[in-house]
Design a protein around this ligand. Structure first.
Ligand SMILES: NC(=O)C1=CN([C@@H]2O[C@H](COP(=O)(O)OP(=O)(O)OC[C@H]3O[C@@H](n4cnc5c(N)ncnc54)[C@H](OP(=O)(O)O)[C@@H]3O)[C@@H](O)[C@H]2O)C=CC1
Ligand SMILES: O=C(O)C1=N[C@H](C(=O)O)C[C@H](O)C1
Length: 265
C-alpha cells in the first residue's frame, strides 16, 4: 500500500486526487494540505466521507509526522518550487501537476533529487489525450512547420500560457530543428502589444480564459492551401486521474526528475 499525502487537497485538482487515491486498492490517503480548510477532514472536503485525517497547512511538519511514501502536489506556480525542495530534502518521492516550474528550476530539482536519492515526477498534463496531442504535433511539425497554439482554460487559472502549451511548443520546436525545417518569418507588425500572442520558441501561443472552459488546446498547422488542426478537450478533471495514479505508482522507478507522462506510457 502506498501512502499518499495530497498538497492542495481542497483544490479543483487536489480534491479529485484524494478521491482517485481513496478509490484505488493499492493506494491510501495519508493526509492533505491546504490553506483555507485547516483542521477540517480531508475526506469530508474531497467528498469521499470522513477519513479521520485533518487538513494541515505546513508541508515540512506534515512530512515529519505522516511520513508518506509519495506527495502529490496540485498547488500554485508561486509555491511549487519550494514545495518540491521540501519534499526532496525530506527524502519523499513526489508527483507534481502544478505548472509554472522553469527548465532551470527543473534542472536544479533533478540534481537535488539525485543527491538525496529521491524521485520527482512532473507532468504539465496528466491526460492521455493531451499526451497524444503533443505526440501527434511533433509528427506533423517536420512537414508543416508553420504553427500557432490556442489554449483555452477556465477563468480561475492563475498562469498563462498553460504548462501544456509551453511543453507542446518546446516539443514542436525540437521536432522542427531535428528535421532541419523552419517556419516562414512573421511579417506582421503589432499595432497593439500582445496582438500576436506570447512567443515560446518562436511559436505564438494565444491564451483564452473564460468561465465554461475546463482545459482545451488547439494546435494549428498551416500549409499552402491547407490547414491541419489538432484539438484536445478535457471536459472533466477526472481525465487527469488515471495519469496521476499511474505516476504515483511509478515515481520510485526512476531516480532524479522525470518530465512528461509519456515517460511512463
Ligand atoms: N498537470 C495537470 O494535468 C494539471 C495541472 N493543473 C495545475 O495544477 C495547479 C492547481 O490547479 P487547480 O487545482 O485548478 O487550482 P486550485 O486553485 O483549485 O487549487 C490550488 C490548491 O493549492 C492550495 N494553495 C494555495 N496557495 C497555497 C500555498 N501558498 N501553499 C500551499 N498550498 C496552497 C489551495 O489551498 P486553499 O484552497 O486552501 O487556498 C488549493 O488547495 C495549477 O498549477 C494548474 O495549472 C491543473 C489541471 C491539470
Ligand atoms: O490549470 C488548469 O486547469 C490546467 N493546467 C495545466 C496546464 O497549465 O497545462 C493542465 C491542463 O491544461 C489544466
Amino acid at each position: 500500500m502506498l501512502r499518499v499525502l495530497v498538497n492542495g487537497a481542497d483544490g479543483r485538482m487536489g480534491s479529485q486526487v484524494v478521491k482517485a487515491v481513496f478509490e484505488d486498492p493499492e493506494l491510501e490517503v495519508a493526509g492533505g494540505i491546504s490553506i483555507t480548510h485547516v483542521g477540517e477532514d480531508v475526506g469530508d472536503i474531497a467528498g469521499v466521507g470522513h477519513l479521520g485525517l485533518t487538513i494541515r497547512d505546513d508541508l515540512g511538519a506534515a512530512l515529519d509526522d505522516i511520513k508518506p511514501d509519495v506527495v502529490v502536489d496540485f498547488t500554485t506556480p508561486k509555491v511549487i518550487f519550494n514545495n518540491a525542495k521540501t519534499c526532496i530534502e525530506h527524502g519523499v518521492n513526489m508527483v507534481v501537476g502544478t505548472t509554472g516550474l522553469t527548465a532551470e528550476q527543473r534542472h536544479e530539482l533533478h540534481a537535488l533529487a539525485l543527491e538525496k536519492k529521491t524521485s520527482i515526477f512532473i507532468a504539465p498534463n496528466f491526460s492521455i489525450g493531451a499526451v497524444l496531442m503533443m505526440k501527434l504535433s511533433t509528427e506533423v511539425a517536420p512537414y508543416l512547420p508553420d504553427v500557432e497554439i490556442i489554449e483555452l482554460h477556465h477563468n480561475n487559472k492563475l498562469d498563462a500560457p498553460s504548462g501544456t502549451a509551453i511543453m507542446t511548443a518546446d516539443k514542436i520546436d525540437a521536432a522542427r530543428k531535428e528535421a532541419g525545417v523552419q517556419p516562414a518569418p512573421d511579417k506582421t507588425h503589432e499595432s497593439l502589444d500582445g496582438a500576436r500572442g506570447a512567443s515560446v520558441d518562436g511559436i505564438p501561443i494565444h491564451s483564452v480564459r473564460l468561465p465554461g472552459y475546463i482545459a482545451h488546446q488547439q494546435v494549428l498547422f498551416g500549409g499552402y492551401g491547407e490547414l491541419l488542426t489538432i484539438r484536445h478537450d478535457s471536459m472533466d478533471r477526472k481525465s487527469f486521474m488515471p495519469g496521476v495514479v499511474l505516476a504515483v505508482k511509478k515515481v520510485s522507478s526512476r531516480p532524479g526528475l522525470t518530465f512528461g507522462l509519456e515517460n511512463y506510457l
